[in-house]
Design a protein around this ligand. Structure first.
Ligand code: CP3
Length: 426
């Protein structure tokens, strides 16, 4: 199948049936056979790249994100410079905060700062979920990237296939976004976030709509609300409706966490929908800080809303990648969300991580980004080790275990791409 004529107009059924198509990246997400392992990098368009820094001299990070021409240019430049198999749209995790009514800015050296952190039920109640349209600049940027990459790339060798570069849209996971809103920025101990989580009591109210251990099937409609239900109801993941007398705690803020989760899922669903309609082939959900949670807390407070978000995005007809850092012990529980691909950080050997998922989904990863500072022979040996441990199984996407950091030599990143492309399992 060629994406050129149908990419923007595919129905969910067409996407589900044909989506793997001629994109080795998308095929790998769906664990279909590929001619070689696809490769792209977390934060591939970032401060390590001189082209990006030139753009940054004239524009703030948020200006770049909010100007479709510039966001598209930055996205395209990085993908072409590195010659990777997928382009992730240049945006930021926190963009949905603005239409929700949460002001923030990026301060040099400090990262994001949220001026009035969200810590009470009243503040959560005041969060807006009806202005997702204001994020449409991201969809406009995706359209431009889709148009740019509309033609398949030529085969890489005499036996190769033409390849359609994959286009990745993304959003944050409910937990990770909530942690920024509540802490007011990056955090070490997540005290306020966990305080609000725990205030909701013992979470019988967070009952899952699926049997534990049984990933939902693609497009399965959640109890009480399908992918098109609007707004998302609490019942979507078995949480009691607002006003319910069922509560396991008397704290006035006991409803704050479930309501915050619900509102985030509503906004993120709409945001992902815009990106898919604009032509994103895959959506990646960043739960970067999920590793701060125990398995019990993840299961009780985050699994159900995340599962609901995953289902709603899959029902749009695209595969979902779910990524977090420091997640080795959480992997089997993250798998219960039913995602297509799980991003592994570098602390877990690739095969150990994949085995802990029962090889039931694709995996993405997992080179330590700091290895990109190592001499060539060390770097190459780590790349080979990851590819060997994937053992030629369908469903491995080569990536880092977290984002490229400033100062990384671009030529080392380009070497990694070449080695992944040349690798042969012997
Ligand atoms: O190619 C790409 O991946 C770039 C697109 C992208 C950005 N942010 C641009 C950005 C993506 C995918 C993100 C996601 C994002 N944003 C995450 C999840 C990814 C992860 O690393 O786990 C998170 C946690 C954020 C929030 C955020 N944005 C933080 C904590 C920071 C500060 C980081 C720092 O080192 O200062 C940002 C800023 C940011 N977002 C930068 C970029 C390229 C760097 C700052 C800049 O250009 O001024």
């Amino acid at each position: 199948m060629s994406y050129t004529s149908t990419r923007e107009n595919r129905t969910p059924a067409e996407r589900l049936g044909e989506i793997g198509g001629s994109s080795r990246f998308v095929r790998a997400c769906l664990r279909q056979p590929v001619d070689r392992t696809p490769v792209w990098f977390l934060r591939q368009a970032g401060r390590y790249m001189p082209e990006y820094m030139t753009v940054r001299q004239h524009h703030s990070l948020l200006d770049i994100c909010r100007t479709p021409d510039i966001a598209a240019e930055v996205t395209i430049t990085a993908a072409e410079r590195l010659d990777v198999d997928a382009a992730i749209i240049f945006a930021d995790l926190l963009l949905p905060f603005t239409p929700m009514g949460v002001d923030f800015e990026f301060l040099a050296g400090e990262g994001p700062v949220i001026h009035k952190p969200i810590r009470t039920l009243d503040q959560v109640v005041a969060l807006r979920t009806d202005r997702v349209d204001e994020l449409s600049y991201v969809a406009r940027a995706i359209e431009k990237v889709v148009a740019h990459f509309s033609s398949p790339r030529p085969p890489e060798g005499p036996n190769g296939n033409p390849d359609q570069l994959g286009i990745i849209g993304f959003c944050g996971a409910p937990f990770t976004l909530a942690s920024y809103m509540i802490e007011g920025g990056s955090s070490r101990n997540y005290i306020e976030t966990k305080r609000l989580m725990y205030a909701s009591g013992t979470p019988s109210r967070f009952g899952l709509t699926t049997e534990p251990g049984a990933p939902p099937s693609r497009g399965l409609i959640a109890k009480g609300g399908g992918p098109t239900a609007s707004p998302v109801g609490y019942k979507g993941w078995g949480i009691e409706p607002e006003g319910s007398t069922i509560s396991t705690t008397s704290s006035p803020d006991s409803k704050a966490w479930p309501l915050l989760m619900e509102k985030l899922v509503t906004v993120l669903t709409g945001y992902a929908q815009q990106q898919v309609e604009a032509g994103a082939d895959v959506i990646q959900i960043f739960d970067s800080w999920a590793g701060a949670l125990s398995v019990t807390d993840y299961t009780e407070f985050c699994l159900a809303p995340t599962t609901e978000l995953v289902r709603r995005i899959q029902a749009m007809g695209v595969p979902v990648i779910y990524f977090g850092v420091d997640t080795a012990s959480l992997l089997p529980t993250m798998r219960k969300t039913g995602v297509d691909v799980i991003g592994l950080d570098w602390r877990v050997p690739l095969d150990t991580g994949w085995r802990s998922l029962g090889y039931t989904c694709a995996v993405q990863g997992n080179l330590d980004p700091i290895t990109l500072f190592a001499p060539s022979e060390v770097l190459k040996s780590r790349v080979d080790e990851i590819l060997r441990s994937a053992a030629g199984r369908s469903g491995h996407i080569f990536n880092l275990g977290h984002g490229i950091v400033p100062g990384t030599p671009v030529e080392n990143v380009i070497d990694v791409v070449r080695w992944v492309k040349e690798f042969k399992l012997s």
